[in-house]
Design a protein around this ligand. Structure first.
Ligand code: CA
Ligand code: CA
Length: 80
């Protein structure tokens, strides 16, 4: 029973990670590992400049995967 729980828990976390990776990859249309304002606008058409500014933590004009993870985790951006 304990072993079954561990297998189930691993499966759930595995799925969550895979779903997130697919999300970033989908938004990063050209696959360069950063989200530009154009890619951001396509993925989040309802999010404005204030959301972008909050998500782009280091202000370099693109979102890294770390910044995107943090923005989703903090609720700045909706999880897909
Ligand atoms: Ca990109
Ligand atoms: Ca940035």
């Amino acid at each position: 029973m304990r072993k079954l729980f561990i297998v189930l828990a691993t499966g759930v976390f595995g799925l969550t990670g895979a779903a997130y990776a697919a999300s970033f990859a989908n938004i990063d249309a050209n696959g360069d590992a950063t989200i530009t304002t154009e890619e951001f606008a396509a993925a989040y058409p309802d999010s404005g400049q204030d959301v972008w500014t909050a998500a782009d933590a280091n202000g370099d004009g693109v979102l890294s995967e770390d910044e995107h993870v943090a923005a989703v985790a903090s609720g700045v951006l909706p999880a897909e």
